[in-house]
Ligand binder design. Structure first.
Ligand code: PGA
Length: 246
């Protein structure tokens, strides 16, 4: 009942030339009808390029971040309305790199979540614990609080039409992956926290997903796809991961 979703997070990588090559080589293989849905999140300046290259395909596009504000004196920010205007369907909110390097708090992430929905973008809410928090056995508390901040501001029903991505910080870009059992435990917990709407919400796993571990992760009951960083920069690897979600 939950359609698998694989989202590429290119982070701050790419150029007009390399993006074009990467997208075209992916599209050459990802043709026709698929059970899994795929979306790509390039850096903001390249969103129009991606929108154009992907226009005739069934691959969606998403932003890596969205402003909590709609317009005005917010130098450097990009609003949800602008993202929708150029054809975005998704927006990542609360990625751990935004939380860590840009001081995004649970409260700000919740505002961004609401701002994305105000402009009909589907938020991909990223949550996850640091290594220290996992070692202190605080994983479920931390993830629960990150989720609660959004539920409190947006309301539980708003989360029904969103996507959640569980990304343990210690597994992002490190080559370390949560075991399928570790990930499943947190995914099941997130679903349980969402109560009656939980069964319909897609919960993605992120953190060093690669062709070699995708299938096993996707075989877990509560893992509905992936948010893929490093491996999404290689179109062969990204294609394999998308295939594993089918
Ligand atoms: P990674 O990044 O796949 O390179 O670990 C995932 C993410 O940060 O979304």
């Amino acid at each position: 009942m939950r359609r698998p979703l694989v989202v590429a997070n290119w982070k701050m990588n790419g150029s007009l030339a390399s993006n074009s090559e990467r997208l075209q080589s992916f599209l050459a293989r990802w043709k026709g009808v698929h059970q899994a849905e795929v979306a790509v999140c390039p850096p903001a300046v390249y969103l129009p390029q991606a929108a154009e290259l992907l226009a005739q395909s069934n691959v969606g596009i998403g932003a890596q971040d969205v402003s909590a504000a709609d317009e005005g004196a917010y130098t450097g920010e990009v609003s949800g309305g602008m993202l929708a205007d150029i054809g975005c369907q998704y927006a990542l909110v609360g990625h751990s790199e935004r939380r860590e390097y840009h001081g995004e708090t649970d409260a700000l992430v919740a505002k961004k979540f609401v701002a994305a929905q105000r402009h009909n973008l589907t938020p991909v809410l990223c949550v996850g614990e640091t290594l220290a928090q996992r070692e202190a056995d605080e994983t479920l508390v931390v993830v629960g609080e990150q989720l609660k901040a959004v539920v409190d501001l947006a309301g539980r029903n708003a989360v029904a039409s969103a996507v959640v991505a569980y990304e343990p910080v210690w597994a992002i870009g490190t080559g370390l992956t949560a075991t399928p059992e570790q990930a499943q435990e947190v995914h099941a917990y997130i679903r349980e926290q969402l109560g009656s709407i939980g069964a319909g919400v897609r919960i993605l796993y992120g953190g060093s997903v690669k062709p070699a571990n995708a299938e096993e992760l996707f075989s877990q009951n509560d893992i509905d796809g992936a948010l893929v960083g490093g491996a999404s920069l290689n179109s062969d690897d990204f294609y394999s991961i998308c295939q594993a979600a089918e």
